[in-house]
Design a protein around this ligand. Structure first.
Ligand code: ATP
Ligand code: MG
Length: 448
C-alpha cells in the first residue's frame, strides 16, 4: 500500500485551513497547517512534505516570497498556490517561480481533490522514472529487458521517452530480438499499466478467426455464434493493444485496422452499432514494411498511422556487449524454471557465445542456454554443453602444424566479421597489413 502523502496547507484564513484540511484528510492524506509563511518555513526545517499548498496573499511574508525561499532550498519542492479570483497575474508569477499549479478561491472541493491526485500521481511517476533512468545506466536493464551495449542504452532512453506518452510505436527488428518484451516494457512503464496488455499475432491465425477474436461478434454472426462475444479491442480498453507481426496482416485486415486507428471505433462481426474504445497501439514487425509497401503487400496509409515513432532493435550480432549479461540473465531465469544446479558459464563457453553470430538473436541464445542446462552435468556451462552450431567437438586435424591452426582461426574470424578487414584485424590484435599478408599467404578467399 502507498504511504499517506503529507501535505502542508499555508493560509492566514482560519476557515480555509479548516475546510481544506478536512477535505484533504477525507481523501486519505495527512495534513498539517500553518497560519503564516514564517511558521511554515520553520516547519519545513524539520519535516518534509509531499506537497505544499500556499496562499499568495498573506500578511507579513506573502506566498510568492515564501515560494522563492522554498525553491532556493529545494528546487524540486512541489508547491501549489491559492489565489483569490481576480488576481490571476500573481498566480502567473508564481508559476514562473516554479509553482506546479494554482487554484482559484473559492474552490470546488471535487476539483481540488482531482488536482491534488493528478499532481501526486505525476510526482510518483517522475520519481519512478528517475529511478528507472538511474537503474538503466547503472545496471544495464530496463524493467525485464537486459542491455548494456551503447545501442541498447540509447534505445532505452527513447523507450523511456515514449512510455509516458500515448503515441503509436512501431517496433522493428529481426526475429527473436525482443520486440515483444519491449512492447510489454513500454506498457508496464506507461500510465496504462493497470489496464490490460492485449497482444494479437497477425501471423498466427486465419483471417476470419482473427476478425472475430479482434472485433468480437454478435449472436448469429456466423454458424456457431450462439451468443455475442467481446473482442480483444474491447478488452484492450484503458490498456495497450499490441499488433504483433503486423506485416502479415491480410489486405482486408489492413483496411479494418486502418479504420480502427483512424476513428477509434469498430463494429463486432455481424454487428451494426459502432463501439468506441480507448487503447494505446504498439505494433511489431520483423519485415521491412517499406519494402512490403513497394511490393504492394502493405498499405501505405496504414504504415503512416503506425510509424509515428519507430524503434529498431538491433540484431544481437551487432551488440556483442550484451551477450554476457543476457546469457547470465537467461541462465538465472531458466535455471530456476528447470530446477538445475548449474549456476554460471565457464569462460570457454562464454567465448563461444561471444563468437557466434546469432541469426536467431536472443531467442536462439535462450535456446542455447536451455539446452546447456538440460544436458550439462556440472556447476558451470561447458563448451560441450552448447549446441552444435556453436561448439564443434575437436577433431584431431590431419595437419597439426601451427600454420594450419592459424589459417583456420583467421578464416573463422573473417567469416564472423563478414570479411570486414579492420574489425577482424582488431579482434586478432594484428594490424591490417599483417592480416592482408596472411590472407594472401594462406590463399583465403570469401565464399560466394
Ligand atoms: N533484452 C532482453 N532482455 C531479456 N530477455 C530478452 C531480451 N530480448 C529478448 N529476450 C528474450 O528472448 C525471447 C525472444 O523475445 P521476443 O519474443 O520478445 O522476440 P521477438 O522479437 O518478438 O521475436 P519474433 O519476431 O520471433 O516474434 C524472449 O524469451 C525474451 O524474453
Ligand atoms: Mg514476437
Amino acid at each position: 500500500m502507498r504511504r499517506k502523502t503529507k501535505i502542508l496547507v499555508v493560509d492566514d484564513e482560519f476557515s480555509i485551513r479548516i475546510s481544506l484540511g478536512d477535505l484533504l484528510r477525507r481523501d486519505g492524506h495527512q495534513v498539517d497547517v500553518a497560519e503564516n509563511a514564517d511558521a511554515a518555513l520553520l516547519m519545513l526545517k524539520t519535516q518534509s512534505f509531499d506537497l505544499l499548498i500556499v496562499d499568495i496573499k498573506m500578511p507579513g511574508m506573502d506566498g510568492l516570497e515564501m515560494l522563492k525561499q522554498v525553491k532556493e532550498d529545494d528546487a524540486e519542492a512541489p508547491v501549489v498556490m491559492m489565489t483569490a479570483y481576480g488576481s490571476i497575474d500573481s498566480a502567473v508569477k508564481a508559476m514562473k517561480l516554479g509553482a506546479i499549479d494554482y487554484v482559484v478561491k473559492p474552490f470546488d472541493p471535487l476539483e481540488i481533490g482531482m488536482l491534488i491526485e493528478r499532481i501526486l500521481k505525476n510526482q510518483i511517476m517522475r520519481r519512478e522514472h528517475q529511478l528507472l533512468k538511474h537503474q538503466m545506466k547503472t545496471c544495464g536493464s530496463y524493467g525485464p529487458m537486459i542491455g548494456r551495449s551503447p545501442a541498447m542504452l540509447k534505445l532505452f532512453e527513447l523507450v523511456e521517452d515514449v512510455s509516458t506518452t500515448d503515441s503509436v510505436v512501431l517496433i522493428a527488428g529481426e526475429s527473436g530480438t525482443g520486440k515483444e518484451v519491449l512492447a510489454r516494457a513500454i506498457h508496464d512503464q506507461s500510465a496504462r499499466a493497470e489496464g490490460l496488455f492485449v497482444g494479437v499475432n497477425f501471423g498466427a491465425f486465419t483471417e476470419s478467426l482473427l476478425e472475430s477474436e479482434l472485433f468480437g461478434y454478435e449472436k448469429g454472426a456466423f454458424t456457431g455464434a450462439a451468443g455475442s462475444k467481446q473482442g480483444l479491442l474491447d478488452a484492450a480498453g484503458g490498456g495497450t493493444l499490441f499488433l504483433d507481426e503486423i506485416g502479415d496482416a491480410s489486405p482486408k485486415m489492413q483496411i479494418d485496422l486502418l479504420r480502427v486507428l483512424q476513428e477509434r471505433k469498430f463494429r463486432r462481426v455481424g454487428g451494426v452499432k459502432d463501439i468506441e474504445t480507448d487503447f494505446r497501439v504498439l505494433a511489431a514487425t520483423n519485415r521491412d514494411l517499406e519494402q512490403a509497401i513497394e511490393a504492394g503487400a502493405f498499405r501505405q496509409d496504414l504504415y503512416y498511422r503506425l510509424n509515428v515513432v519507430q524503434i529498431h532493435i538491433p540484431p544481437l550480432r551487432e551488440r556483442q556487449d550484451d551477450i554476457p549479461a543476457l546469457a547470465e540473465h537467461l541462465l538465472e531465469k531458466l535455471r530456476l524454471r528447470l530446477n538445475k544446479k548449474t549456476h554460471s558459464i565457464s569462460p570457454e563457453a562464454m567465448q563461444l557465445l561471444l563468437n557466434h553470430n546469432w541469426p536467431g538473436n536472443v531467442r536462439e541464445l535462450e535456446n542455447a542456454i536451455e539446452r546447456a542446462l538440460v544436458v550439462g552435468k556440472q556447476k558451470q556451462v561447458m563448451p560441450a554443453d552448447l549446441p552444435i552450431a556453436l561448439y564443434k567437438p575437436e577433431e584431431v586435424p590431419a595437419d597439426e602444424s601451427l600454420d594450419a591452426w592459424e589459417r583456420e582461426h583467421i578464416l573463422r574470424r573473417l567469416k564472423h566479421y563478414h570479411w570486414n578487414i579492420s574489425q577482424t584485424a582488431q579482434a586478432l590484435k594484428i594490424d591490417r597489413g599483417t592480416l592482408y599478408t596472411k590472407i594472401k599467404k594462406y590463399g583465403l578467399s570469401r565464399e560466394p
